[in-house]
Design a protein around this ligand. Structure first.
Ligand SMILES: Cc1cc2nc3c(=O)[nH]c(=O)nc-3n(C[C@H](O)[C@H](O)[C@H](O)COP(=O)(O)OP(=O)(O)OC[C@H]3O[C@@H](n4cnc5c(N)ncnc54)[C@H](O)[C@@H]3O)c2cc1C
Length: 473
């Protein structure tokens, strides 16, 4: 480590895990630099199911500790940390004569879910077939027996990341996107981190690179690995007029017993997800197989829905931990794992969007103990509220808004703005098509782009839309 190095900590990864750790470390008094190889939240943290939940489906696999912890985190985030981002969602579970899980088992599971939630969320209850048809007018009424309802929360995942990073920045952290860490070297009193032709010294490094955690570990020369079993999940977006839902639905696939969720987002409905083994997290696309799987489950409940009704889609990679290859992805625990190399490296991966606060608390406590034992750091700050920032629709952004988005939220490409600062890409009618050229010109003025770059940025965004709207292969 070079003398007078400005950083105590370099955090690798600008997803929710890295953002949460950078925020708490900066608030406790450490000098933090966060490096993200793409845009912030461009990894898994913008491709989740956007639920902040206990995880009813994990009850089935008896991951009781994780469900209990997730329910507690959900309530903390909703009440104290991010009430501006979390909204309560009421889920309905329809029960048919052909359903795989008996109604009484569902009822019992929901009682347990309420118990693990410590009855903090509105209680689960049985509902009639009429009530279900009222919530979902397109639901197949044939052989519908009734069902249950229960409560969880939803949250725009990428905004949770950005708002967390903004708070880290407000407390002195420096955050850089489009900066890939290529090497971590251990030196006498810390580490040297190389990125984009530069290098910087720090007392310690946090590897919070999610599905890339083993690849980042290999860049440190350490033989340590998590042995990640990455798994891919796909989501589809429908217009509410094609899939009219007044509340969310959890739909069990009678063929394999898995449940998929359908959650309304203003004029849209988000449906997911699948769970299949995946290799390289840099190469992730929606496949025909997974789209077909989700449509097949939907068709059991909403027979009028077709492939042509898909408005948008995306795929993401879960960093799952589990060495037993005989256990299927969906049964693997969503717990996180942390490894500390006393030479100056803490690696943390796994977990859920929902549990990011707890992961940050654990990681920064461990960093303080291991690498800063003589520094008087403030106690954990992860329960403090996040700053609130609400942007207008893309078409209504003023020059002042755009200037702030570039300067403070570090928008560097048109795609950053429309996919990961605003929900334009997923949840608007024309998905930003009309606004793209004008926004590219205005961003170009702020970022000193040439005319050619402005054109290229627009074309790149439109190509992204086109690729998404093409039939998956
Ligand atoms: C389909 C799906 C649905 C999900 N649904 C939910 C849900 O509803 N609720 C929930 O709680 N959780 C959900 N999850 C889990 C949740 O999304 C993840 O646990 C979480 O987003 C992981 O965050 P992360 O920061 O660890 O990883 P990421 O968000 O992937 O962040 C890691 C970052 O590290 C960066 N990086 C990698 N290598 C380098 C390098 N060398 N230099 C610099 N940066 C680097 C990557 O670019 C990436 O942005 C879901 C996951 C998937 C895949």
């Amino acid at each position: 480590m070079s003398p007078g190095t400005p950083w105590d900590l370099v955090v690798i990864g600008g997803g929710i895990t890295g953002a949460g750790i950078a925020r708490d470390a900066a608030r406790r008094g450490l000098r933090v630099l966060l490096l993200e190889k793409g845009d912030f939240a461009s990894g898994t943290s913008s491709r989740s199911g956007k639920l902040v939940h206990g995880g009813l489906r994990y009850l089935k696999h008896l991951h009781l500790g994780m469900v209990w912890e997730s329910c507690r985190e959900r309530d903390l985030l909703a009440r104290a940390v991010a009430p501006h981002l979390l909204r309560p969602v009421r889920f309905h579970l329809p029960h048919y004569s052909w359903s795989r899980t008996p109604g009484w088992v569902v009822g019992f599971g929901l009682c347990l879910y309420d118990l693990l939630s410590r009855f903090r969320a509105p209680r689960a209850r049985a509902v009639s077939a009429e009530a279900l048809l009222n919530e979902a007018p397109g639901l197949d009424p044939q052989k519908l027996r009734g069902g249950h309802s229960y409560s969880d929360c939803a949250c725009l995942d990428f905004r949770l990341v950005i708002d967390t990073l903004l708070d880290a920045q407000d407390h002195g952290a420096q955050i850089r996107n489009y900066t890939e860490v290529t090497r971590i070297s251990f030196v006498e009193d810390g580490v040297t981190v190389q990125y984009s032709g530069e290098s910087v010294g720090a007392r310690a490094v946090v590897n919070a690179s999610g599905a890339w955690a083993d690849s980042v570990l290999s860049r440190s020369g350490s033989p340590e690995r998590f042995g990640l079993r990455n798994s891919r999940g796909v989501h589809l977006v429908f217009r509410k007029r094609d899939l009219p839902l007044r509340s969310a639905f959890a739909l069990e696939n009678p063929a394999d017993g898995r449940s998929i969720y359908a959650v309304p987002w203003e004029d849209y409905v988000l449906v997911g997800t699948s769970d299949l083994p995946h290799g390289d997290p840099d190469q992730v696309t929606v496949t025909r197989e997974e789209t077909g799987y989700l449509l097949e489950v939907l068709a059991r409940y909403f027979p009028r829905l077709s492939r042509n009704d898909v408005h948008a889609s995306y795929a993401g990679v879960r960093p799952l931990i589990g060495s037993d290859s005989s256990v299927k992805e969906e049964k693997l625990s969503r717990d996180h794992e942390m490894r500390v190399d006393p030479r100056g490296l803490l690696s943390i991966t796994g977990g859920k969007l929902t549990t990011f606060r707890r992961m940050a608390e654990e990681a920064v406590d461990a960093l303080a103990k291991e690498f800063f034992p003589h520094r008087k750091l403030a106690p954990c700050t992860t329960r403090a509220p996040l700053p609130t920032k609400k942007w207008p629709d893309a078409e209504r952004l003023t020059d002042e808004d755009l200037e702030r988005l570039v300067r403070v939220e570090r928008v560097r490409h048109l795609e950053d703005l429309l996919c990961r600062r605003l929900p334009t890409f997923l949840f608007t009618a024309d998905r930003g098509r009309a606004a793209a050229p004008g926004l590219a010109t205005r961003l170009g003025r702020l970022l000193s782009w040439t005319e050619e770059t402005m054109g290229a940025e627009t074309r790149r965004y439109l190509a992204l839309l086109e690729a998404d709207e093409r039939e998956p292969s």
